[in-house]
Design a protein around this ligand. Structure first.
Ligand SMILES: CC(C)(COP(=O)(O)OP(=O)(O)OC[C@H]1O[C@@H](n2cnc3c(N)ncnc32)[C@H](O)[C@@H]1OP(=O)(O)O)[C@@H](O)C(=O)NCCC(=O)NCCS
Length: 306
């Protein structure tokens, strides 16, 4: 191959991000809208809240990103009030799907009480299990009322960016106790031709012993279909295998998923989320030697139709 592999510069990483944004169909990233909800105590201090994102084409799906209740106020129904309000707002926008991620040390049973169902699970870098859950609001799920509902005396209010910082800080502090125990290697590389000109680049990371993730892979248009993308992907996999990492994930759309599927050994999670029948797919590539090990930790339901 007439190309050399070198480290990406920060400017080149930004360039790749921009090029990829140009490729993604417009409707996919249009109309992202974040909303923040908060609960305050008698002194006006924030004791709980959430940050949610209504995204991808006119509220086709709401992603509940962070939900947090101050430790002193937990198990009084406040988290439940917040989640009911998220669902009320979501319904009001004509949207019927809420998705979220949680981990085994967090709150899976709490969400299941509210009718959320796990659609993927995977052992995470810190040794816990990450779950993705979904709730279809137009399906018959009885409202869940917590045993202790004494927090109902507080109100769920709209919040702003400053409130979001308090909420995110609450979650961060909580999660610190479960910090990653693994080492992480970033893999940000480019291929340059013999004149040193940028030809292709990849932004990825490998959590040693757990999973790798390909954030971005880009080949300059005139140089496509010559194996440069495959070469970079294989370099990521090589690094992953050297580090005893059993799975490499990426996220792809209809417009590029076939490329990843060509060499994927294992499964994919299809989530039909957008209009025009676009399918979003996470391709999962496993090293064969580790396949047996991963299967018990990793559950895929092939089609999440939203
Ligand atoms: C998860 C959280 C938001 C729930 O808020 P909350 O106000 O304590 O929840 P509620 O009082 O409305 O609880 C409703 C029910 O879920 C249960 N529950 C709440 N949190 C739970 C948890 N982490 N694990 C298991 N069950 C939980 C409650 O015991 C209650 O059950 P019951 O009615 O059978 O007694 C809160 O515990 C929290 O902030 N945890 C730390 C951060 C976190 O994990 N956030 C979620 C990130 S994905």
């Amino acid at each position: 191959m007439d190309y050399k592999i070198e480290n990406l510069t920060k400017e080149e990483a930004i360039y790749i991000g921009k090029k990829i944004n140009d490729i993604v169909p417009r409707e996919v990233d249009a109309d992202e809208e974040e909303f923040v909800l908060k609960v305050e105590n008698e002194n006006g201090e924030i004791i709980g809240g959430c940050v949610a994102e209504a995204y991808e084409y006119h509220w086709s799906r709401v992603l509940l990103e962070d939900l947090w209740v101050d430790e002193r106020y937990r198990h009084q129904g406040i988290g439940s009030m917040i989640i009911r309000e998220v669902e009320r707002i979501t319904r009001g926008k004509g949207c019927r799907v809420v998705t979220l991620g949680t981990a085994s040390y967090m709150a899976r049973p709490f969400y299941e009480k509210h009718g959320y169902q796990v659609f993927t699970s995977m052992k995470a870098a810190n040794g816990y299990i990450d779950y993705s859950l979904v709730k279809y609001l137009d399906r018959d799920t009885p409202d869940y009322m917590p045993t202790d509902n004494s927090g109902a005396k507080y109100k769920v209010l709209p919040g702003n960016d400053d409130d979001a910082d308090v909420i995110l800080n609450g979650i961060r502090t909580y999660s610190e106790a479960y910090e990653e125990k693994c080492e992480r290697d970033d893999f940000c590389k480019k291929l340059v031709n013999k004149d040193g000109k940028f030809a292709a680049g990849v932004i990825a990371n490998v959590n040693k012993g757990y999973e790798g993730f390909v954030t971005a892979l880009f080949v300059e248009e005139p140089l496509r279909h010559q194996g440069l993308g495959t070469y970079l992907l294989q370099e990521v996999e090589k690094l992953a295998k050297e580090n005893n990492t059993f799975v490499v994930l990426t996220s792809a759309g209809d417009w590029n998923v076939d490329f990843f599927k060509k060499t994927a050994i294992c499964s994919e999670v299809n989530s039909k989320m957008f209009p025009k029948d676009t399918t979003v797919t996470s391709s999962t590539r496993l090293s064969e030697a580790k396949q047996k090990k991963i299967i018990p930790d990793c559950r895929f339901i092939p089609q999440l139709t939203v």
